[in-house]
Design a protein around this ligand. Structure first.
Ligand code: FES
Length: 273
């Protein structure tokens, strides 16, 4: 039932999959996620929704080949099926008319920021998107983000496109232009989100991050996704995934995320044998 309707390779090892999932597509809102599983022995992979089409009944996800299961999913083709495609999960983004907002997407984080930017623009905001990647060839979804935003600033680490540096350098350029930014969404690797909130804390700009810890059940029962927010334990799957970035303990979150790195590397190596 959850078959791939369309597949597009966005960059080396990064695939966009449009999946037939009418019940999820009927209810999903920007900021929410799904948990997918290839078969009953596979691990459950949480993926934030990149796009949805209620009429066609499809959900679009973007996945990068970084481990055993993600390599299998990245290799799926049109017609291939997921056994489970559960969602929508998590709390939707708070979309309202704030005025001028910045949507920051780093690497694969550009995918989940896409529907949020689009909804914020539809709500009347002036949406400036800052997109970051290591180099121009790894920058994904530029056209989609241009359509979803009022303005786009690009930052690449090697300077092959846009500002040379990190998304914080792109954000600095936006702020230097005198924009009165009322809120920022920042989604990407944890180290990137930490850098953004460290930068915006002193500026007093509300900064929302989308946390991507290890998840198992996705329903608040197992505790695998627990993070510390404002010195309180929160479950990213039911309390988030979005949180006030200035309150998140990123050092703890990054330590927990690295917990199973050795097992992940061993599993990936088995797949490559
Ligand atoms: Fe189990 Fe969140 S994934 S509590």
């Amino acid at each position: 039932m959850y078959h791939v309707v369309k597949k597009r390779l966005l960059a080396t090892g990064i695939a966009l999959l449009e999946v037939n999932a009418p019940a999820v597509a009927a209810k999903v809102e920007p900021g929410q996620f799904v948990i997918v599983r290839m078969d009953e022995l596979s691990e459950r992979i949480p993926l934030t929704v990149m796009d949805f089409d209620r009429e066609k009944g499809t959900i679009t996800i973007v996945i990068q080949d970084v481990g055993y299961s993600s390599a299998i999913i990245t290799g799926m083709n049109e017609g291939d099926e997921f056994q489970d495609f559960v969602g929508p999960l998590g709390v939707a983004s708070e979309i309202e008319n704030y005025g001028t907002v910045v949507c920051i997407g780093g690497g694969l984080g550009i995918a989940p920021v896409h529907p949020i930017a689009r909804a914020l623009k539809e709500a009347g905001n002036h949406v400036i998107s800052v997109l970051g990647s290591r180099s121009a060839d790894l920058l994904i979804l530029e056209d989609e983000m241009r359509a979803a935003s009022s303005e786009v600033v690009i930052a690449t680490n090697d300077g092959s496109q846009g500002v040379k540096g990190f998304v914080t350098d792109g954000l600095a350029e936006v702020l230097a232009q005198g924009h009165q930014v009322k809120a920022i969404w920042a989604i990407g690797p944890m180290i990137m989100m930490k850098a953004v909130v460290d930068y915006t804390r002193s500026l007093g700009i509300k900064t929302i991050v989308s946390m991507n810890p290890i998840m198992v059940d996705g329903t608040g029962m197992c505790g695998a996704c627990r993070i510390s927010v404002g010195n309180e334990t929160k479950f990213a799957c039911v309390d988030g995934p979005e949180f006030d970035g200035h309150l998140v303990d990123f050092d703890l979150a990054m330590k927990r995320l690295a917990f199973y790195k050795d097992e992940e590397n061993r599993a990936k190596a088995r797949l490559e044998c």
